[in-house]
Design a protein around this ligand. Sequence first.
Ligand code: NIG
Ligand code: FE
Length: 415
Amino acid sequence: MSRTLLTNIGWITTPHAPGKNRPLYKLDQPDADTILLEDETIHWIGKAADLPGGTDARIIDLQGRGVTPGLIDFHAHPVFAATREAEFQLRTAGASYADIAAAGGGIINSTKKVAVASEQELVNHARPFLDNALTHGTTTLEAKSGYGLTVEGELKLLRAIRALGNDHPLDLVPTFLGAHEYPLEYRDDHEAYIKILIKEMIPKVVEEGLAEACDIFCETGVYSVEEARRILTIAREHGLKLKVHADQLTPLGGSKLAAELGALSADHIEYLDDEGIEAMADAGTVAGLLPVAAHFLRMKEDPPVRNLIERGVVCALATDFNPGSAMCENMQMAIHLAAIRFRVSAEEALWMATAGSAAGLGITDRGYLAPGGLADIAVWNTPSFEMIPYHFGINQVVGVFKRGTLVVQEGRRVG
Ligand code: NIG
Ligand code: FE
């Protein structure tokens, strides 16, 4: 067994561990300066003077720095073959995201690049982004497919995600997003592509064990609510968890569908209405907040975050990292933009980026610091957690422990 003792911790700020009376959006600040890790989990948190047992542990002096749980980026598209800065230039010159997509850019542009890339090229392209996420404090990252839109393309992306997860310290949580768009050749024959999705892609993805969840872009001009219901129902029958890109650009009702089908989360939700909020609250659907995409797309509408919080809906925070609408793998920026755009407090934002995001992935072993939880820890060079949303555009994380191993030290990848 390997034991590591983190000493001289300046402050500890964390959501409460999951349990019956866990308060939503409240952080705990235990009166402690020491954390004992055993292998991949946290064994004990307390005052150095009260430390149980001997000291056979490796001691790491944190020199008064603060710690929080590692950040969880529960919605991201990190595996693609090429960036899209030319489209970004068109947007700064006035074109809209929809204009660019209609002209064959956008997601379709990315599928053309993925079609001619090898699995190894996809792995090599994604790795630096994963390193950036890790050095900025992310310890768990969702990774969606969705830039293949063919059987081979989607399997290639998911196999690349599996390969990346096997050799990178980050935990990658794979999601199948074959219903990200309709390929151009199926724009007038949705039925034919839906058949490929439900008869070929989903069974193959499940047979190879390549994804934990199935996501869909439920939006006007992309997948209708009826189409999404059909595809997600089949995915659920195959044992996949469900997620929905919902009510982002128009109030189509994807969030209500997510609630109806028992999906983990409805994400974006800029156009979520009161009926949708009620449905999500009743069903326990997590609300996925993606302020980086809202910023990047200059969204006019923001999600009804205060109503969601007041209604007791769990909100989760993520980057939505992708080459088209959120070219940012830094969760600290998501926290900053959530504070500015969505008017959430530092306490709410940090809770959403840890406990909320774990709920959005349907996992309970992380997103908090307590005995028994995973030893995924971000070390901050700040006097308190309130600095996290406030001081933006620089990296305030100096250290990261992933499953008990020191993987970032003084801001750099180690190990
Ligand atoms: O989550 N909404 C659709 N999908 C992505 C954008 C993908 C892209 O433009 O490459 C999103 O914002
Ligand atoms: Fe997305």
